[in-house]
Ligand binder design. Sequence first.
Ligand SMILES: Cc1cc2nc3c(=O)[nH]c(=O)nc-3n(C[C@H](O)[C@H](O)[C@H](O)COP(=O)(O)OP(=O)(O)OC[C@H]3O[C@@H](n4cnc5c(N)ncnc54)[C@H](O)[C@@H]3O)c2cc1C
Length: 434
Amino acid sequence: MKIVIAGAGIGGLVAALSLHAAGLRDVRVLEAVPRIRPFGAGVNVQPNAVRELAALGLAESLAHAGTELTELSYHNHLGQRIWYEPRGRASDCDWPQLAVHRGVLQSILVDAVHDRLGPDALTTDARVTGFDPLDGGGTEVLLAHRCGDRPDSSIRADVLVGADGLRSAVRRTLYPEEGEPRANGTTVWRGVNRSTPFQGGRSMVVMGDGRWKAVIYPLAGRPDADGLVLVNWAVSRAATPQDTERDPGQEPPPGDGFPGAVSDWTCGDLRLRTVLAGAGSVGSFPMLDRDPLPRWSFGPVTLLGDAAHAMAPMGSSATTQAVLDARGLAHALATHRDPVRALAAYDRDRRPPMNRLQLLNRAKGPELVIDLAQERAPGGFRRVEDVIPAARLARVAESYARAAGFDTESVNTPSPYDCHRPSSGAHAEAVREP
Ligand SMILES: Cc1cc2nc3c(=O)[nH]c(=O)nc-3n(C[C@H](O)[C@H](O)[C@H](O)COP(=O)(O)OP(=O)(O)OC[C@H]3O[C@@H](n4cnc5c(N)ncnc54)[C@H](O)[C@@H]3O)c2cc1C
């Protein structure tokens, strides 16, 4: 069975590795960019995704490249604590929560694909532009190339997986009427700086005043010779009237108010001014997501990761869920004889929870508590329980963790997607048809 994956992002690469580990060896990953470069900033890999990456033998290199986060706290703009929770192993999960640079994670995965699937498994400068169904099953995947004078080409596949991100060409072919991603008017600035360690070095801090918000966490726990660590930051600003006059998907002008009052914020020993120092040239972009879809799998074609369920960046879920999709897809293909049935099973397994998570993120996910505190106590509070009942705060956090599958009980359950098989070829006796 020839499986073609559009996109060598986190989801596409983990899918390739998972398929290979499950004994499906004819896998090609096609990436649009001519050269994969370490773009982006930090991403979080939640413990349920670390468990899945550990099953692929990647947990050690990931842990080495990233930082283990052990706590998460939400604060108002005065630094007063609204909510605190231990994370990962500190909350009795068997696996850690790891913060890692997206580019570093991608290069670990690219190296593993090269080592395990061979040098020809990943082709760059191969942009998938669409596909045509073939009589008798499978699909003709259409490709465009940017470098040299290479003409457009195509490749036949029994299965096509669209792991091609927010502006997926595979999704566009399946849903030609859908148009651009949805913008909510929020502008995001994001970057990675060297800064002084804060709050013990393993904390993720989210602060906000209802309009501005800052998310800060360390990306490398070991201080350099100057005592500085790599710190990931994202500052966002909810829509202003000027923003709403602009086309919502359009990039805001550079600078555009950043960093506003945020640079005066402090939270214990965390000083935003210090973290944001030197961040002058940083780019900004609109916060985008997609609507939940009624279907991901159509015959031999399916979607995965952001292509399937791009979600607003609340709750640090996108990378984690792309990993879970990849593992779920490989499990489905390894345990069904018929690939079309396998893709339908994958759709039934992964789409409903992701549809719910997309909507939860659109409603601010766990970061909702910041808005609640702002509405009820814009000038601050003496005790947060005076303005928001403790049970309400706990409910917001717990229900999000369950929806995203990183509550302790779910994490400590063995992976539902384990299907390692030693060799390629026929399906194992354990093949389970629906
Ligand atoms: C360059 C980049 C930087 C990012 N930086 C951050 C960050 O700092 N923080 C964060 O939280 N999230 C970031 N993201 C998003 C984050 O990686 C995803 O939300 C998450 O990891 C899910 O991954 P994914 O594999 O579904 O999508 P992505 O990581 O977006 O990967 C999609 C891949 O498909 C490729 N592609 C796109 N179109 C085509 C096509 N037509 N044919 C073939 N290949 C195609 C892209 O080049 C990319 O490599 C970034 C994404 C990208 C592409």
